[in-house]
Design a protein around this ligand. Sequence first.
Ligand code: T46
Length: 139
Amino acid sequence: MSSSSYEYTSQLIEISELGDERGMLAVIEEHEDLPFEIKRVFYIYGTRQDIRRGFHAHYKTRQALVAVAGSCKVYLDNAKRNTDVLLDNPAKVLILEPNDWHEMYDFSSDCVLLVLASHLYDAEDYIRDYSVFLEVYGS
Ligand code: T46
């Protein structure tokens, strides 16, 4: 797959926060809020603040990242531009497309990073070598 054949760009969206006197509630629905069906859910927590993790892109897997508690940052690199996204609110959802090399960092000690994924776990779907990433997604 080359970058020219991949048509989606990662984006930060805001979902509605529903709240009343009892507290808050946020909803994510596939097709309504997410552009993919959810096949897998995992969460990352207890990450030390000085740790960066990720360091990969994917071939197929699309994901949605939400800091449901605490905060962290995500570095994104699509081989043409890079940016850093702050996730510090349960209403902020990063739709992370497979063609973005990503690194998560600056985790607060209470951060719980929820990830909704479009595919089941498959180690073969990971591109962990940056030079391979450039071959696959660079122009
Ligand atoms: C991603 C970012 C945002 C499994 O066995 N099943 C799973 O579903 C997952 C996600 C991981 N694993 C195993 C693979 C490794 O032995 O758990 C271990 C830690 O995974 P990894 O080093 O890939 O974790 P991160 O934080 O670097 O990346 C994770 C996801 O793997 C990845 O898809 O995009 O979060």
